[in-house]
Design a protein around this ligand. Structure first.
Ligand SMILES: Nc1nc2c(c(=O)[nH]1)N[C@H]1C(S)=C(S)[C@@H](COP(=O)(O)O)O[C@H]1N2
Ligand SMILES: [Mo]
Length: 217
């Protein structure tokens, strides 16, 4: 059922007009509005401010790469990644430095399991993420492990729409929105603790803790 929905969604992208009719008959996933008594934000609440605008990713040719300081580099198709690892849900709010925030129920893979599968080398200290729009960011390996960070493919029970980062968006809880990289294509284990991503090289704090100013001083 899920696989079918994804195939139909994929097809919808390429031949919008005809397929739309089909997906609305029972298969269209519905965004949930509440979770365990808590009111959720909506996908409509996000403001699109990505560096190159929404990306159009072909889920059929898409690959997720795990590389760098690992014994077993890996290359997964969308379905391989989703089928191989256990799924987790988390209720987390994303906060953009522009002053808006959205509380979303995220569903995704736990990065620590992808790392375990790739067999991280002891020298690895930092995780660098690369996206389809050439956006990059990084986070300390320890922070990712301590917080069981998710690589999400669903938000509010629907597959992440392309504008919001299909196929994967990082749920970087307790960090400002610019750490929540969308359209993730590559994950590199590195020993470079000073690596700076797109916004970090433009003056935003590399720590990006929500409890601090995002301006690097
Ligand atoms: N690939 C990519 N990921 C990105 C960005 C981007 O420009 N490109 N912008 C970041 C910023 S600044 C924020 S606040 C969040 C916003 O998520 P949204 O675009 O889904 O609202 O995405 C982050 N992830
Ligand atoms: Mo942001």
């Amino acid at each position: 059922m899920f696989v079918l929905a994804v195939i139909l969604l994929g097809a919808m992208h390429s031949c919008a007009g005809e397929m739309k009719q089909e997906t609305s008959i029972g298969l269209e996933p519905v965004e949930i509005k509440e979770y365990q008594g808590e009111k959720l934000g909506s996908l409509q609440d996000f403001r699109e401010n990505s560096i190159k605008g929404p990306q159009d990713i072909d889920i059929v040719t898409y690959r997720l790469s795990l590389k760098g300081l690992v014994n077993k580099p890996a290359l997964y198709t969308y379905h391989e990644a989703i089928d191989k690892f256990q799924h987790y849900t988390k209720l987390v709010t994303i906060n953009c430095v522009e002053g808006w925030s959205v509380k979303i129920l995220w569903e995704g893979l736990q990065l620590s399991y992808l790392f375990a599968e790739a067999e991280i080398k002891p020298e690895a200290k930092t995780v660098i993420f690369y996206a389809h729009d050439d956006y990059t960011t990084s986070l300390p390996l320890q922070y990712i492990l301590d917080n069981n960070l998710l690589l999400a493919y669903k938000m509010n029970s629907v597959t992440i729409p392309s504008k919001n980062g299909v196929p994967f968006q990082l749920v970087a809880e307790d960090k400002w929105g610019y750490k929540w990289i969308k359209w993730v294509t590559e994950i590199e284990l590195s020993d470079n603790m000073n690596y700076k991503g797109y916004w970090e090289t433009r003056g935003y704090s590399n720590d990006a803790g929500l409890n601090k100013s995002f301006l690097d001083r």
